[in-house]
Design a protein around this ligand. Structure first.
Ligand code: ZN
Ligand code: ZN
Length: 649
């Protein structure tokens, strides 16, 4: 049979040849280095027979696909180790039954039905057994069996594998992988031997998992593991995991008393506590000022809207699954909790005839919307059922799209810059050229897609173009932001819309005296305030810059003799607009400082005899690291300036 190499060269090989044969034919050293192959775009191991005429690219440990290979083999190695683990306890290894064991992001898992529950405390022992299997460098072997023979092997002994085989389409090849007597029904691919697995892995936890995700079926135990090519990568990942736990916004939200989600109020509905509400109000004030400077006009609309409104917009019934059901009134009227602000804003536009002279018209609202999320999907502030968007809709002419995009990009970059989210990229979603699902004029689409790209280039923004990622109603741009842990979050969508102007039949009178259809741009730099604050809490680990901090300064009098001076300090700071608390509790100074630090208050001012006499304060600034004694007036001035300029510190 013939095989093609990536450089176009042809190789002649016997029928049934594998990637290993290809590597050997190329060179002995490559055969030694080879761990797998990409065959017509699909990942193969060195065992599986190649299809006639395929293009084969050999991969080595340097290629990214290597990870997928060894992570899968590690899942098998773990299953083998679990069998050994129970054999040591006196069980027959056959009593350990295996579900499925796939590769996932950063690692793998295996679903196991064990004779005794496995706990997190057992994982180090299982890891040790795995390391030994890797050290023994066991070769893997692949073979196939006819369906009946494969079934005969498991029927009556292993219900899981029996079911998996029965579900394979008739005529599909049934393959097995084996190492040192451990055999698994498996599609592969794998590394050629266990010695090719880098020993940089860790079993992270055990969780319950219903067989095939069906809660009427047995519950198996799922052991999760992570695995990387190098110790550095593994260590970095584990550090990230640990750090993410410490920064979890649900934990910090409780500890710092920022928000509360109360089962009696309802799932996914956020109660903002006084301190968290400061964060919210500061972000709103920041955005409101920016918007007013940029020619937006603020509006306020109700939390509900008639069902007719949403039928016209198409949000009902097309998105009914993600909405709370309509509220039906006796006279046949029905209302919907508002899932989107857009239709309300469209009706503001449509209340009277519009002229081109009024465009662009930018209507902004901190609008609260309600969406129905499955309770299993809810997560702290990041997945909720009610949230406030920093929403705005820009009504403009098709020619104005680029200018408006530039304006929104500039605003979004200002937001990210102010908050120190410096690592981000843009993703432009354009039409799939082979689909006809898109509404609106093809000419306008082409212009808008070009205008968006030009706007990104002019703004000096790094972007990728994703074909087919546009909504059916218009192209869009998403910002993907990396936080300090390197996790990516999608924030700040800008969306061009040809659909709503059409559905609501809105227009403007052009310079030519004719009626024209405006374009609508939806944009929300924060997206949802709830989600955004959740991300910020984790990004800052609760240590907010001064302008955002719920309590900015705590004044600590050394003894109650200094309380009066401490109050004077508070009054002066408050007069300059700062949020201040005086800790007058009869506690020791160090305890008070520690408490303020636990609450992550950015600035602590300690006052005693000397401070009182000289009109100074002892500054401990957690954001800048400063420790100094300074005149009170100077400290007030500096802090107020930092808040005014929304400094990063
Ligand atoms: Zn497998
Ligand atoms: Zn909208």
């Amino acid at each position: 049979m013939k095989i093609l190499l990536p450089d176009g060269k042809e190789l002649e090989l016997p029928a049934g040849a594998t990637a290993r044969d290809v590597a050997e034919k190329i060179s002995r050293s490559l055969a030694k280095e080879a761990v797998g192959a990409i065959v017509d775009g699909e990942l193969y191991d060195l065992f599986k027979p190649l299809p006639e005429g395929a293009t084969v690219q050999i991969i080595t440990r340097k290629d990214p696909e290597y990870q997928q290979l060894f992570r899968h083999t590690l899942a098998h190695v773990m299953a083998q180790a679990v069998k050994e683990f129970f054999a040591k306890k006196g069980y027959d290894p056959e009593e350990v039954k295996l579900g499925i064991g796939p590769v996932i992001e950063n690692g793998f898992y295996y679903d196991i039905d064990a004779p005794e529950p496995i706990s997190d405390a057992d994982l180090p022992e299982i890891e040790k057994l795995m390391q030994r299997i890797i050290k023994r460098n066991l070769p893997l072997r692949r073979y196939t069996l006819p369906r009946e023979e494969a079934l005969a092997r498991y029927r009556g002994k292993d219900p899981y594998k029996t079911e998996l085989i029965e579900d394979l389409p008739e005529g599909d090849e049934i393959s097995f992988y084996e190492q040192e007597g451990f055999t698994d029904l498996c599609r592969g691919p794998h590394v050629p031997s266990t010695g090719k697995i880098p020993p940089h892995f860790k079993l992270t936890h055990v969780a319950g998992a219903y067989w095939r995700g069906d809660e009427t079926r047995p519950m198996l135990q799922r052991i999760y593991g992570v695995a990387f090519r190098s110790k550095e990568e593994l260590d970095h990942y584990l550090w990230q995991l640990e750090e993410a736990k410490k920064r979890d916004h649900r934990r910090l939200g409780r500890q710092l008393e920022l928000f509360h989600i109360d089962p009696m109020v309802g799932k996914g509905l956020v109660l903002w506590l006084p301190k968290g509400n400061v964060l919210r109000e500061e972000l709103i004030a920041f955005m409101r000022n920016e918007q007013i400077e940029r020619g937006y006009e603020l509006v306020t609309t109700p939390h509900i809207g008639s069902l007719e409104l949403y039928k016209t917009s198409g949000h009902y019934p097309y998105y009914a699954d993600s909405q709370f059901p309509p509220m039906e009134l006796e006279d046949g009227e029905a209302y919907l909790l508002k899932p989107m602000n857009c239709p309300h804003h469209v009706r503001i536009y449509a209340m009277r005839p519009r002229s081109y002279r009024e465009l662009p018209l930018r209507l902004a609202e901190f609008g609260t919307v309600y969406r129905f999320e499955q309770s299993g999907e809810l997560h702290g502030l990041t997945r909720v059922r009610g949230f406030t968007q920093d929403d705005a809709h820009i009504f403009c002419t098709p020619e104005q799209v680029k200018e408006e995009f530039l304006g929104v990009l500039d605003l979004t970059l200002k937001v990210f810059g102010t908050l120190g989210l410096s690592d981000f990229r843009a993703r432009i979603g354009v039409r799939d050229p082979n689909s006809d699902k898109y509404v609106g004029d093809a000419e306008h689409w082409a212009v808008a897609e070009r205008q968006i790209q030009e706007a990104c280039e002019e703004a000096g923004l790094e972007y990728t173009i994703e074909e087919g990622d546009a909504a059916f109603y218009g192209p869009k741009l998403d910002f993907v932001v990396k936080d300090v842990l390197g996790r990516e979050w999608q924030l700040g969508t800008i969306q061009v819309d040809y659909n709503l102007p059409e559905r609501f039949d809105i227009s403007y009178k052009g310079a030519d005296g004719e009626e024209h259809r405006p374009v609508m741009i939806h944009r929300a730099p924060f997206g949802s305030l709830e989600r955004f604050i959740g991300i910020l809490i984790e990004h800052f680990a609760g240590e907010f810059p001064l302008w955002l901090a719920p309590v900015q300064v705590v004044v600590v009098p050394i003894t109650d003799r200094h309380n009066a001076y401490a109050q004077k300090v508070r009054v002066e700071l408050e007069a300059a607009g700062l949020r201040v608390k005086v800790d007058e509790r009869p506690e020791r100074m160090n305890a008070k400082i520690r408490d303020a630090e636990t609450q992550k208050v950015p600035v602590i001012l300690v006052v005693g005899d000397k401070e009182m006499e000289e009109g100074i304060v002892a500054v401990r600034d957690r954001r800048t690291g400063e420790r100094a004694t300074k005149p009170l007036a100077e400290v007030v001035r500096n802090l107020a300036e930092r808040v005014r300029t929304r400094a990063r510190e």
